[in-house]
Write a protein of this length. Structure first.
Length: 137
């Protein structure tokens, strides 16, 4: 994973997933991804790429719910896609997105481990997930 900042879309994996979503994604693919990550037990390793994609999917749910993150060049098209799919905005999907985001920063997450090697103390990445969960709540 090449990361340039601690935002959800601040890495190659999330940016690539966002592009794929805009090109050929569906509401079902977003929900399936979030479900897969949320259901990953803490004693199983959660792949870093899957975690990056799930955080991006959670941001798309937040956009569909009318609470998008600040738009930038890496997330604009995915957030617009989310806004065009209001059927993604259900209480169940918002809860699922929160559960997936919490799983990404739980023990057994490769992405969490990568961030802790880079930044042992909670920082921008943790703050971006806190903000995401708050906007989904």
């Amino acid at each position: 994973m090449g990361a340039w900042d601690g935002s959800v879309f601040g890495n190659d994996t999330a940016a690539d997933w966002a592009s794929d979503l805009v090109d050929a994604g569906s509401v079902e693919s977003v929900v399936d991804l979030l479900s897969q990550v949320a259901a990953t037990p803490e004693d199983d390793v959660l792949d870093a790429d899957l975690a990056c994609e799930a955080l991006a999917a959670a941001e798309v749910v937040a956009a569909a719910a009318g609470s998008p993150v600040e738009v930038d060049e890496y997330n604009a098209e995915a957030l617009t896609w989310g806004e065009k799919h209001p059927e993604l905005d259900t209480k169940e999907n918002r809860v699922l997105a929160i559960l997936a985001a919490e799983r990404v920063r739980a023990p057994g997450s490769e992405l969490l481990e990568l961030w802790r090697v880079t930044d042992p103390e909670p920082g921008d990445w943790d703050n971006s997930i806190d903000d995401l969960v708050e906007r989904l709540s």
